[in-house]
Design a protein around this ligand. Structure first.
Ligand code: FES
Length: 380
């Protein structure tokens, strides 16, 4: 994923009858707006914020779930491969996460789906996979992102995905099939075991039904391991493996989504082969540099919240604040949207993406990608 900030929902066009009607009724609704009262009747009709109702939940694997969402009036369609910001209330706090839309734009019931995998230590993904239920309402943003197939010229796609990184590729494949314009496509997908493959059955059915779709599922752990602990298999990406599975990879546009190690290996291979411009990547999270061995954390003081906590040198300040019981603003959690920006009042923090130390009083600090580098104080 390459999440970014969500824009506020669009207002009705200034020339539309709805705009004039709303303008008049807003006079009577002051100091609120008509939309606030409409929301009481049906949250999906409100125009001051965009919400979606959970219509269905479906467990794809033991730790991945597809959630069908019906968005409100101001929703606009997505392009296959795009993502959306979703607000998730958990225990009285509001969190925001970004998920790729797994359904195709051609879906005609007004709903879309996200497919979420519960990740280790991921309290929000666990909440969605275990606790979200039909009838819940969630704030959502509008679809965003530039990870999609071009409309204009046809391409020969090579999808390389791993784990829940399959979601944008799935949306693209479903869309191409719905439009009946599936080109010759190769898909290399990595998963620990057969039973971990999200959309596993559907992928197999697609491969059986569409001769232009060539699926290669690679298992990175031994599926015969009866102990359940698994052994490292030979399924991980390698140039030799790619050559064997897709000999014409040099002629294809590559769409890749998965964990950082896979994406780093792909970047290195495709750039080395002079094919970097044909590799399109969607990331789940920011790529962090190695933190120096002698790096230290420190005492973090959140000035506005009058809170002070000890932090290590690798945990993001956003996470530190959340763990301290705060509810700081955030969006993508990977350094793109700047929703989490705050000001450094004193001390030192480290940008985890490049290791740069920020120690200028008044400097902007993105709490989602910075960690303490000694004692520091933030305007938060
Ligand atoms: S949350 Fe998006 S940049 Fe920090």
């Amino acid at each position: 994923m390459a999440p970014a900030s969500a824009s506020p929902p669009p207002e009705p066009s200034s020339r539309s009858p709805l705009h004039w009607l709303t303008a008049v009724t807003d006079l009577f609704a002051f100091p609120l707006r008509t939309s606030h009262y409409v929301e009481l009747v049906n949250p999906l009709w409100s125009t001051h914020k965009l919400q979606a109702r959970v219509e269905a939940v479906w467990d794809e694997t033991r730790d991945a779930r597809t959630v069908t969402l019906r968005p409100g009036l101001n929703w606009r369609g997505h392009r296959a491969g795009q993502h959306v910001r979703v607000g998730v209330p958990v225990e009285g706090k509001h969190y925001t996460r970004t998920y790729t839309i797994s359904s195709p734009p051609e879906r005609d019931d007004g709903c879309f789906t996200i497919t979420v995998k519960a990740i280790d230590g991921g309290r929000i993904s666990h909440h969605i996979v275990r606790n979200l239920k039909v009838g819940d309402y969630l704030p959502v943003g509008l679809p965003q992102g530039d990870f999609y197939l071009p409309d204009a010229q046809p391409v020969l796609p090579l999808f390389i995905t791993a784990g829940s990184g399959i979601t944008p590729a799935m949306s693209m494949l479903r869309s191409l099939i719905a439009q009946q314009r599936l080109p010759d496509s190769v898909h290399v997908h990595y998963a620990p075991h057969k039973f971990d493959v999200v959309f596993g059955k559907e992928l197999e059915q697609l491969a059986a039904k569409h001769e232009r779709y060539h699926l290669f599922t690679q298992f990175t752990r031994d599926i015969d391991d009866a102990t359940g602990t698994g052994q490292q298999g030979e399924g991980y990406f390698s140039p030799e493996q790619l050559e064997a599975l897709c000999p014409d990879w040099r002629e294809r546009e590559v769409y890749a989504c998965g964990p950082p190690a896979l994406l780093a290996a792909l970047e290195s291979h495709f750039e080395g082969a002079g094919r970097g411009a044909h590799l399109h990547i969607e990331r789940f999270r920011a790529e962090f540099a190695r933190v120096p061995a002698d790096a230290v954390g420190g005492k973090v003081r959140f000035a506005r919240s009058v809170a002070e906590v000890q932090a290590d040198s690798t945990t993001s300040l956003l996470r530190v604040a959340e763990d301290a019981g705060m509810n700081p603003p955030h969006g993508c959690r990977m350094g793109i949207c700047h929703t989490c920006n705050t000001t450094l009042l004193s001390g030192c923090v480290r940008d985890l993406r490049n290791g740069n130390v920020i120690n200028e009083v008044g400097a902007t600090v993105q709490t989602c990608i910075c960690a303490a580098a000694g004692d520091c104080e933030l305007d938060l």
